[in-house]
Every structure is written in structure tokens, then in C-alpha cells.
Write a new protein. Structure first.
Length: 283
């Protein structure tokens, strides 16, 4: 696996692959890699000729400086995992390489970037769009692979792709979970064993909520999930919303959308965890 540090090196690598007519699958990450990330690499390896991964903790998407500071960084282990998974190259830029000057661009993609995570983490998705658009510009991938764990992020990236008229195909990949049901996340490294067990209640309650769709309206189900989780110390629901999976608009009634998703953010002490579940076609 090639380890690339500069934009120039990536462009040369991509050019050489293109000259051999290879298709390029791209997986952008912030490192501290786990099986969730590796599932995206596997998809890229299976669907494209070569897979290129970036590992970059993007400062512009952190609205909380403490979160940026404490974000786990495990570069050596990351490279070993990527090599084993069959990635052909990894791009490890510095902040200076990605942002030689302040990025002042904003992307007008509408409500998908303003609700839920957009409301609770102001500027987060603008930062995500800054870095992903720069990476797309450098790599020019045929396909880019994103995890449904960050459900809203996929909607935002698709909206950005439409806005900028980019040719890359955005591929959404299913959430990888621990046996307990807890969605794998780099932030799980910050949980104690006990907290990790408690955090598995998030998925348990979401799964249970699927069974109540017939009995409760969306707003009632939101209340039920929130109350069930808030009963469990030290979980604290930041938000739970049941939305149209395409527009991300909150629903009053199940009949308002064909594809419906419940999106949640829960604090387990200091650690912010996100998850989501589908309510489509379960009746
Ligand atoms: P991150 O490093 O957290 O920015 O994540 C990089 C990519 O991996 C994003 O597209 C995430 O949605 C995806 N990802 C993270 N955790 C998981 C998971 N448990 N299952 C599937 N994809 C994931």
C-alpha cells in the first residue's frame, strides 16, 4: 500500500492508475479505524479496480475544540488495517496541506444540512462539505463510499454532489455493529467497558420502537424512545427525530413518506454517540 502525504503525490498516483484504465473507489475517514470503516474499504475493493482511503481529522467540521483535541488518533494501526483490507493507497495529509489558507466556502444545500446534526453542531456540515469537496477534487473518484451510521451526512453529501454537479457515485453502506448492537464508532474507544454495555441500550430501544409503529404516531414514538433512554443512567438523549429519509423533514404521520428513518444522538457521560434505524416497510 502506498502512503501518500501531499496532494501532488495523490494526483500523480491517480493519474498513473487512470492511464491503466483503473476505476477508483474512495473512502474518506478520520482514522481510528474499525470494522465499520473496513466494511467501506471492502465495498470499494469489490466494486472498483483500486481503493484509495484518506485519513484526516478535519478541524473545520468540529464545532467543539475539546472534541477535536480528544478525537482518537491511531495512525500506525490504521495503516496496517488498510493494507490488510486491500487498499492500494492511503492519503495522510496535514492540516496545512489541506488548508494552506482558511476555507471560506459555504454550500447552500438547504434543510438537509440544517436540521438535527446541523442544528446541534453549527457549521459541522459546512466543514464536512469543505473537506469532502476538496478530497473529491483531488482524487476524482468513480465511486465514494460512506456509512449509513452517519445517515444525515450521506444526504448532505448527495445534496452537495447535486449542487456542484459532480460525477462521482455516492455509495451508502450499511451500519456495522458490535454483537451487543452498539454501532461501531471511533468515539467508542472513549467509553469504559461499563459505559459500552450501557450504550448498547440505544440500539435495543430503537429496535423495540420498530414494534410500536402501529400503536403510536411518530411524535409519540419520539417521546417514548427519548424517555426509555433517559431512564438509563448516564444516557442523555440530545435529539431523536423521525424523518422522511430523503428530505429529512420531521414527520407527523407515518403516511407522509415511503422511506422513514429515526435518527438519534445520545450522550453517554461525555461521549456523543449517534445511531439511526429504518421505519420503512416494517408494517
Ligand atoms: P469517520 O472516520 O467517523 O468520519 O467515518 C468515516 C466513514 O466511515 C463515514 O462514511 C462513516 O459513516 C463510516 N462509518 C463509521 N462508522 C461506521 C459503522 N459502524 N458502520 C458503517 N460505516 C461506518
Amino acid at each position: 500500500m502506498k502512503v501518500l502525504h501531499s496532494i501532488q503525490e495523490v494526483k500523480e498516483f491517480v493519474r498513473s492508475q487512470r492511464s491503466e484504465n483503473k476505476t477508483i473507489g474512495f473512502v474518506p475517514t478520520m482514522g481510528a479505524l474499525h470494522e465499520g470503516h473496513i466494511s467501506l474499504v471492502n465495498q470499494a475493493v469489490n466494486h472498483c479496480d483500486i481503493c484509495l482511503v484518506s485519513v484526516f481529522v478535519n478541524p473545520t467540521q468540529f464545532n467543539d475544540p475539546k472534541d477535536l483535541e480528544t478525537y482518537p488518533r491511531t495512525l500506525d494501526a490504521d495503516c496496517k488495517l488498510l493494507d490488510k483490507a486491500g487498499a492500494k493507497a492511503v492519503f495522510l495529509p496535514t492540516v496545512e496541506e489541506m488548508y494552506p489558507e482558511e476555507d471560506k466556502r459555504t454550500f447552500e444545500v438547504g434543510a438537509v444540512a440544517e436540521v438535527m446534526e446541523g442544528a446541534y453542531r453549527p457549521g459541522h456540515f459546512q466543514g464536512v462539505m469543505q473537506v469532502v469537496s476538496k478530497l473529491f477534487d483531488i482524487v476524482e473518484p468513480d465511486k465514494a463510499f460512506f456509512g449509513e451510521k452517519d445517515f444525515q451526512q450521506i444526504a448532505v453529501i448527495k445534496a452537495m454532489q447535486k449542487l456542484l454537479k459532480l460525477e462521482v457515485e455516492i455509495v451508502a453502506c450499511p451500519i456495522v455493529r458490535e454483537a451487543s448492537g452498539l454501532a461501531l464508532s471511533s468515539r467508542n474507544q472513549r467509553l469504559t467497558e461499563e459505559e459500552r454495555t450501557i450504550a448498547s441500550n440505544i440500539y435495543r430501544v430503537l429496535k423495540e420502537s420498530q414494534k410500536l409503529v402501529g400503536a403510536k404516531k411518530p411524535k409519540e414514538l419520539v417521546q417514548w424512545v427519548t424517555e426509555e433512554l433517559n431512564k438509563i443512567e448516564p444516557l442523555k438523549v440530545e435529539y431523536f427525530e423521525i424523518v422522511n429519509a430523503e428530505s429529512l423533514a420531521s414527520l407527523e404521520d407515518w403516511s407522509e413518506a415511503k422511506h422513514i428513518q429515526g435518527c438519534i444522538t445520545v450522550y453517554c457521560n461525555e461521549v456523543r454517540l449517534i445511531d439511526n434505524i429504518s421505519y420503512s416497510n416494517i408494517n
